[in-house]
Design a protein around this ligand. Structure first.
Ligand SMILES: [Zn+2]
Length: 424
């Protein structure tokens, strides 16, 4: 605000932000709810609600249940006043979604992509997919308010830039600047696994948890940690790099980072595919040999499929993979003491043997007190977790106190891309 007064709100931005937070998460739906949940006095709540209605951010819609007296009017965020663009860039895919201002995904599309094609090519495709989606949705939703995007590798969240991507062409690339130039709105960029964990926290199995570890078992292995309901990104944004937890001293196990014994060199999708193909060639598995003969290669999903159809060799691979993942997760469990571990990514669909092996390995290596009430579950928002999380990230940042103070009078953060770099 730089000292310039906003007389219309009389310094009441804190109240408006508190009310908006309750309404956009659906925690409160009437004025008495708002009073009860925020602890703010009735008169101040009424005045705040009136202001939010006047600004077109909130509306009344019918009446709720009476608790004796007059039935209270129902309130809702006018989530259709604008929309958010959510993007989930993976190593082999790009997903794009349109969400309302409450972060609910209203349209979604996905296609194969190659991260190695570079940021311009991948983000051009994301732009095109967004245009197609927006064309079909435009009538129902207002202007674009902001963008949330997850990308592979380590991200400097405050700068919106890739700092340690898995492919060199993304190194130091400012995803924020690129998207903000095209769309003219604030953009928030984070590591794709962080964004998936946020999706789980908002709409998946992690909804009722405050301390969560997320393990993404895809081609690569990534992790995310949520402490006290918030993502723990770390000093450089590289927190929870599960794939580089060292679990072996074997000098022959070399990771792409150049070190030996990293989890990602001993488990994950590419490890499963590589070993499945080796076993097929060695004549150890007739099922995998059939796949190899037919398709010319073996993929991780083929190993999962064979394991669930009675192939003992594939099952042993899945179990070994799970044991290694559990080994690394036990290190995190001993330090973070989560109440929930979520297993996501394509390999997570490999069947119950995988989850059982992960569980057994964690239990064997963690303090009993840390695992007494620990829940280990597969993701329930598979496929959509990334875009749900990216939308939630954009919504949370737009409705953060310092930013609301900046865009409230204009009625929208559109046209203010610099708001993203403002510390909230
Ligand atoms: Zn490594």
């Amino acid at each position: 605000m730089d000292g310039s007064a906003r007389p219309s709100t009389e310094g009441g931005v804190d109240v408006l932000v508190a009310l908006l937070d309750q309404l956009r998460h659906g925690r409160a739906v009437t004025r008495p709810d708002l009073v009860q949940r925020t602890g703010i006095g009735r008169g101040v709540v009424s005045k705040g609600v009136a202001e939010l209605i006047g600004r077109g951010l909130v509306e009344e819609h019918g009446t709720g249940k009476s608790s004796g007296g007059r039935a209270p009017r129902l309130l809702r965020l006018r989530a259709e006043a604008g929309h958010l663009l959510a993007v989930d860039v993976g190593v082999t895919s790009v997903a794009v979604a349109i969400a309302d201002l409450a972060g609910r995904v209203v349209a979604h599309t996905e296609e194969p992509a190659d991260l190695a094609a570079g940021p311009e090519a991948v983000l051009d495709r994301a732009d095109a997919l967004y245009r197609e989606l927006a064309g079909s949705q435009h009538a129902e939703h207002g202007d674009l308010w902001g963008i949330g995007i997850g990308v592979p590798g380590v991200v400097d969240f405050r700068a919106g830039r890739c700092t340690a991507p898995p492919v060199p062409s993304w190194e130091s690339f400012s995803v924020r600047d690129r998207l903000a130039e095209r769309q003219g709105v604030p953009v928030w960029v984070d590591n794709e696994v962080n964004v998936m964990a946020l999706g789980e926290l908002r709409a998946g199995v992690a909804r009722d948890h405050r301390c969560v570890v997320y393990a993404k078992l895809g081609t690569w292995i990534g992790g995310a940690v949520i402490v006290d309901g918030r993502l723990h990104r770390g000093a450089e944004g590289s927190a929870a790099e599960l794939g580089h937890v060292r679990i072996s001293d074997d000098p022959n196990v070399v990771c792409r980072c150049g070190r030996i014994g990293c989890l990602a060199a001993l488990a994950g999708g590419s490890w499963l595919a590589r070993n499945g193909e080796r076993l097929a060639r060695e004549g150890m598995s007739s099922m995998l040999a059939d796949v190899l003969a037919r398709a010319g290669r073996v993929e991780a999903t083929d190993v999962s499929w064979a394991a669930s159809h009675g192939d003992h060799v594939s099952r042993a691979l899945i179990v070994e993979n799970g044991r290694h993942v559990g080994h690394a997760l036990a290190v995190v469990v001993n330090i973070v003491n989560p109440s929930l571990i979520v297993i996501g990514g394509g390999v997570s669909q490999a069947g119950d043997d995988l989850l059982a092996a992960i569980r057994e390995s964690i239990y064997a290596r963690s303090m009993p007190v840390a695992t007494r009430n620990l829940v280990i579950q597969r993701t329930t928002v598979a496929g959509l977790g990334g875009v749900i999380g990216a939308a939630a990230m954009a919504a949370d940042e737009i409705f953060a106190r310092r930013r609301v103070a900046e865009w409230l009078d204009a009625g929208t953060p559109a046209g203010r891309p610099e708001l993203a770099s403002l510390a909230a």
